[in-house]
Design a protein around this ligand. Structure first.
Ligand code: ZN
Ligand code: FE
Length: 255
């Protein structure tokens, strides 16, 4: 079985550690800091065999340089300026990682940054800052059309897909979700669960796609009362999914 372990780095980032029980090789996703990753590898008795990067932000790549001393492969977006990449990849590529006996498809998920990619395979999605538990990243570089476009694609992934995102933002995201759809019991339930988890110091990631579809406002432009309430908040009619997305994103940015 492919095991995925969180390594908390920086303020609220997660670097994901992938390995299989019978092997001493590991892959990490988005090492925003080297020391905690090196410490985790040593603690588990694992050798680093590859790095996957989702986008160019420092909190996802800053540890790469220190971790690549032994010339291991570094996968990341081709249309980017990320240093230390050895394997630039783009939408449609599939990467094979013998160290963890896994294959991942590369998905383009532009908007938070234009270079943003996600890795999907083995029933897992490594989504970086493109899709969070209960939310999505801020739109720093792309357009609402781009972001809503990839969210519509991600929403089609199987119910049981486990989503490993880059930050512990779930409580704030669901607090916002509950403001968008105050009448949605699935959101209220999840908010309560996440609040309890966080009070105990627990980690709220990964989440399942079915749960995201039911509670993440950025996947609900045509569901429940999300679009109506976004329009009411914006003060004008919203006629396309991208307009609903833009209104929700702007609302969340000032929430
Ligand atoms: Zn980012
Ligand atoms: Fe980030």
């Amino acid at each position: 079985m492919l095991e995925v372990t969180p390594i908390p780095v920086l303020q609220d980032n997660y670097t994901w550690l992938l390995h299989r029980a019978q092997s001493d090789r590991a892959i990490v996703v988005d090492p925003g800091e080297a020391a905690p990753v090196a410490k985790a590898l040593e603690g588990f008795g694992l050798k680093l065999d590859g790095i996957l990067i989702t986008h160019h932000h420092g909190d996802h790549v800053a540890g790469v340089g220190e971790l690549t001393g032994n010339g291991i492969p570094v996968y990341g977006p081709a249309d980017s300026t990320i240093p230390h990449l050895t394997h630039p990849v783009r939408e449609g590529d599939q990467i094979e990682l013998p160290a963890v006996q896994a294959k991942f498809d590369v998905l383009a998920v532009p908007g938070h940054t234009l270079d943003h990619i996600a890795y999907y395979g083995e029933g897992l999605l490594f989504s970086g800052d493109a899709l969070f538990a209960g939310g999505c990243g801020r739109m720093f570089e792309g357009t609402p059309e781009q972001m809503q476009g990839y969210l519509a694609q991600l929403r089609e992934l199987p119910d049981d897909t486990l989503i490993y995102c880059g930050h512990e933002y779930t409580l704030a995201n669901l607090t916002f979700a509950a403001a968008v759809e105050p009448d949605n019991p699935a959101i209220a339930d999840r908010l309560e669960r996440v609040r309890e988890q966080r009070q105990r110091g627990g980690i709220t990631v990964p989440s399942r796609m079915a749960e995201e579809r039911a509670t993440n406002p950025f996947l609900r432009w045509d569901q429940g009362t999300a679009a109506d309430n976004a329009a009411a908040h914006a003060g004008h009619a919203l006629t396309t999914p991208a307009e609903v997305f833009a209104a929700l994103r702007a609302w969340k940015d000032n929430f």
